[in-house]
Design a binder for this molecule. Structure first.
Ligand SMILES: C[S@+](CC[C@H](N)C(=O)[O-])C[C@H]1O[C@@H](n2cnc3c(N)ncnc32)[C@H](O)[C@@H]1O
Length: 352
């Protein structure tokens, strides 16, 4: 297993782990006989060496291969690749290699969409290049994908960065994209309905965090059951891992191809939990409420990215209007991209 990315401050004996993840999702244009799952395990292991993490567990459904990593998760399906890594890993350094493997091994030569996102790190200065600065990340991404667009949403400490090939609705770039797609639509529809909800939580309840330590739980399955993680989206096949002495990661996959993933840094000084899923729903209130009730964060940053024709688009608008019960909505922003809608919302728990 990769060396543990813990930075100890000798002055006060404090332990620190950067739980905040970098998340990259690449969609390739549908192509006959093309499938990213043709890339072998050995080839993924080589890719992940560049990122400075490794595979610790694997599960799959008919539509998606799900890997638990020493620093978070990777999901591989026919034409979508997702890599989510925390600590001081360097996911953008492997993109060139992934694009070559996609072309040479998986027969995927054309990128349709890219989403690279992360919230502000707790300790940005500890990150390795290019992750020490969003400008450097954008420069590297542009060197792979040409002219993408970069966005920063939310206030300083809680800001969320996004790089994507999607132009904002109403811009010249959006008109050009529409024209390209009209030409392509002669040969069929290229974007299926899609939605992703992510909840990034900090200042977590210490009693809940205790469950994700070896002192409290004998194994990952105990932590999954006792915390209620198995009830957040029932019916998923769960692949979970409990680190020593603490820390937890899980992937869930469903028969219909949906996934969920949760990662937990329980250390009191830097507690952090992330939840992500692409499960479709016209309303995300119940799901968000279950996630918040499970982990009891003091602060939560929620994002939903959804195509306008997906059930998630309705869920996004309703979340923006109604917020999450038990939490005050400190900030909310909606963006209309060409082909996707985005909600950013920041919540803080009401004092109990
Ligand atoms: C990989 S997990 C989940 C990280 C995730 N991004 C999150 O949301 O916090 C990180 C937690 O596991 C602990 N851990 C224990 N051994 C580890 C290892 N070999 N590599 C990474 N983390 C480890 C860390 O101290 C931290 O609490």
């Amino acid at each position: 297993m990769a060396e543990k990315e813990i930075i100890s401050s000798s002055e006060n004996g404090e332990q620190f782990f950067e739980g905040v993840e970098k998340l990259i999702e690449i969609w390739f244009t549908p192509a006959k006989n093309a499938d990213l799952r043709k890339i072998t395990r050995q080839q993924w292991e080589n890719v992940l060496k560049i990122v400075r993490c490794e595979i610790i567990s694997f599960t799959q459904s008919e539509q998606v291969d799900a890997y638990v990593l020493s620093e978070s998760s990777m999901f591989v399906s026919r034409r979508r690749w997702i890599l989510k890594t925390c600590g001081t890993t360097t996911p953008l350094r492997c993109v060139r290699c992934v694009l070559s493997l996609a072309r040479d091994v998986a027969a995927h030569a054309q990128v349709q969409n890219v989403f690279y996102s992360r919230r502000e790190f707790a300790r940005p200065r500890s990150q390795l290049k290019p992750h020490h600065h969003f400008d450097a990340e954008v420069e590297l991404l542009d060197s792979f994908f040409g002219d993408g667009s970069a966005y920063i949403l939310g206030p300083d400490q809680d800001c969320w960065y996004l790089y994507t090939l999607l132009p904002l609705e109403g811009t010249v770039g959006a008109l050009e994209k529409e024209e390209r797609e009209t030409r392509l639509s002669v040969s069929g529809r290229t974007q299926e309905p899609d939605q992703t909800i992510e909840i990034l939580m900090s200042e977590l309840d210490p009693d809940v965090m205790d469950i994700f330590t070896r002192k409290h739980s004998a194994h990952a399955q105990q932590a999954t059951r006792e915390s209620g993680i198995d009830q957040i989206i029932p019916g998923m096949v769960i692949d979970d891992f409990l680190f020593d002495p603490c820390g937890y990661s899980m992937n869930g996959v469903a028969k219909d191809g949906c996934y969920m993933t949760i990662h937990i840094t329980p250390e009191r000084e830097c507690s952090y939990v992330s939840f992500e899923s692409n499960v479709p729903a016209r309303c995300y209130h119940a799901l968000a409420a279950r996630v918040l009730a499970t982990f009891r964060p003091g602060r939560a940053l929620l994002t939903v990215l959804a195509t306008p024709d997906s059930p998630g688009a309705e869920a996004l608008r309703s979340l923006q209007k109604r917020g999450c019960s038990g939490y005050s909505q400190l900030e909310t922003t909606m963006c209309q991209f060409s082909g996707y809608e985005l909600l950013y919302a920041l919540y803080s728990r009401f004092p109990s």
